[in-house]
Design a protein around this ligand. Sequence first.
Ligand SMILES: *Cc1c(COP(=O)(O)O)cnc(C)c1O
Length: 375
Amino acid sequence: MNIPMVDLKNQYLKIKDQIDNAILNVIDKTQFINGDDVKLFKNELAEYLKVKHVIPCGNGTDALQVALMALDLKPGDEVISSDFTFIATVETIALLGLKPVMVDVDPDTFLIDPDKIEKVITPRTKAIMPVHLFGQCADMDRIMAIAEKYNLFVIEDTAQAIGSDFKSEKAWVKKAGTIGNIGCTSFFPSKNLGCYGDGGAIFTNDDELAQKISILVNHGMKVRYYHDLIGVNSRLDSIQAAILRIKLPYLDSYNQARVNAANYYDKAFAGCEKIITPKRFEKSTHTFHQYTLRLVNVNRQKLMEHLASKGIASAVYYPVPLHKQKAFQQFDYNPSDFPVTDMLCEQVLSLPMNTELNEEIIKYIAESVLEFVNS
Ligand SMILES: *Cc1c(COP(=O)(O)O)cnc(C)c1O
């Protein structure tokens, strides 16, 4: 047995002919940068998300950075995000000379806790960056209401939740990343919509922001060699766009395969007191970028070793809260502000989650987990 966290090979083999043709087509046309596939993908993704503008870029981290650059913030301005996320979210804030203000998360959903957002708002707060972690949306009703009250921008980090729906209490439904001022995503190969290299995109319904973002990703120029803004070079290349054009029509079925896998896991772990299965947040669909358990009174390291001995991969997302990262000590966080993140970093364990799992494999994984936990 060899069960990896992600299985990109078997996913590829099912669409091999389409993918190979798409890649060869780009090579044949030699339109490697800004080719037709980039323009077509941009429109197809906008249509899927029901958002007015999609601006492709080099990766998800660039997407977040450029989104922040588009807001004209001043050094020292504060941006609120989650303490429990991948480093990219808060890294871009710090990189631009802004101050990352971290907020603790909800223990059941792992999502930013709206009750704790308002408490950290100061006159310098300019934006909130909620992260739709592991595949479900943060509470955008609450976050948008706070943003409106304090006149803040909202940038959604949708790198782990592309295709998820947020179901507002006001009876509308929108795709993750299309609710705030700007949404950002990543097409890193292991993401729910992954390309075969690096890639990312920025979404917005705001015409002015869209115009500015498309200039920022292209050296700050609208007319060639005339630079209106200090920008960056961040592009989705044509081969990646061609691959994404093939994969986008499968995204809903890929996400459904993940949900099916999660349901099998849930069933297998039901009734085990030492395992807390991931809670479904009622306002969001869940696209299970990760299937993440909380372990109660279980030696996680030993469990991971036991699983490895049976050929099963597992991983800890994330082992260290951001406020404890060495690079962020300069911001002087109060360590007692993040009890939930501290606890989660000790408890969480993610199991294999991808589009190629079936009930039989999941039974084997779950039995192997339970064998250790109940021993
Ligand atoms: C993957 C990821 C990113 C960064 O995307 P890259 O394409 O790797 O730069 C940002 N935020 C979150 C939550 C992610 O999971």
